[in-house]
Unconditional design. Structure first.
Length: 319
């Protein structure tokens, strides 16, 4: 096993349980984490030592998933139900994680939540999925969430249950997937509620078109019209959303495709990457609101007061 000094592990299999070491040695596995990073993980992303260690552990979990496995059909059905509730899976809940639909759902979940994209279940994937669904359900069931959803209740096509679902998914992504604190996530979501109401198929309002859903909008990367959760507007950013959704086999209006696009921006776009790093270094609502507004979204109208007001309301409910 060809791994040197990855995340503090000096030898490739030292951290593995005895059974795992025996499997690698018996099968003469030559697993190189750099190759796995290039071929199996998020294409083009620069990996830290910690991420490489995670990739290695995930690969080990997949390669040994059939050894002494205690997973049952009911366990797999639970995985499918959780993926369904988070919007990744729409197939039959039959406990078969090896169908194309199940593998696609798992791989897309891994992409959105920052894991190695194997399309296979592992302890690491299961733990992340459990954390995400727990965060989602806790948020969606909050009795006072209406204080947040009512921010966009003035639209004719407003549906409270729908905003509740989208907000909960978005909150889970930023808290569990992107590792934000409650204050940081509140600042980010204050911006998103102001921009799109957490509606992924929302296009920028016009004088004759003011609604949350814009199902008739024909996506155009060069029309200068804001679209989606954070109202991607410029051609480069709208093209990235189009490419990301295509890679995932999803529509540009899919909320998880938009999460994956935003993650990719924080990893590859120098300006967004720098701003995101700064945002995560400050655990303050006003700071995260301002950074997301001016450095990440950067709309023509810098309406900080409106967004900060929404962020404070979100924090009061979610803290």
């Amino acid at each position: 096993m060809n791994v040197q000094n990855v995340g503090g592990y000096q030898t490739g299999i030292d951290y593995l349980p005895a059974a795992g070491k025996n499997i690698f040695e018996r099968e003469n596995v030559n697993f190189n984490v750099e190759e796995a990073t290039a071929e199996k993980v998020n294409e083009g992303a620069i990996k830290t030592a910690e991420q490489k260690t995670q990739d290695l552990k995930d690969a080990y979990a997949v390669m040994t998933s059939g050894v002494n496995s205690t997973r049952t059909t009911n366990d797999n059905k639970t995985v499918q139900r959780r993926l369904t509730q988070l919007g990744f899976y729409s197939g039959s809940v039959d406990g078969n994680l090896y169908t194309d639909a199940s593998k696609k759902a798992l791989k897309n979940f891994q992409r959105v939540y920052g894991l190695a994209q194997t399309g296979q279940i592992s302890n690491m994937v299961q733990d992340k999925l459990k954390a995400a669904i727990s965060c989602y359900r806790t948020t969606a069931s909050k009795s006072d969430l209406g204080t947040i959803t009512s921010m966009v209740s003035g639209y004719s096509d407003f549906k409270e249950s729908e905003i509740r679902d989208y907000f909960a998914k978005t909150w889970a992504f930023f808290r569990v997937g992107m590792g934000l604190t409650v204050r940081q996530a509140s600042g980010v979501l204050g911006n998103i509620m102001a921009e799109s109401g957490c509606i992924p198929d929302n296009a920028k309002d016009t004088d004759t078109n003011k609604k949350l859903h814009d199902k008739d909008y024909k996506y155009n990367v060069s029309d200068g019209r804001g679209y989606g959760l954070i109202q991607w507007t410029i051609q480069k950013r709208k093209q990235l959303l189009k490419d990301t959704s295509s890679q995932m086999g999803l529509s540009v209006s899919d909320i998880n495709a938009q999460f994956a696009c935003f993650r990719k921006e924080t990893e590859r776009d120098d300006m967004t990457k720098s701003a995101w790093k700064t945002l995560k270094e400050h655990d303050m609502i006003d700071t995260s609101t301002g950074i997301f507004l001016s450095k990440i979204e950067n709309p023509k109208v810098q309406n900080f007061d409106e967004r900060y007001s929404k962020a404070k309301i979100i924090y009061s409910v979610m803290k």
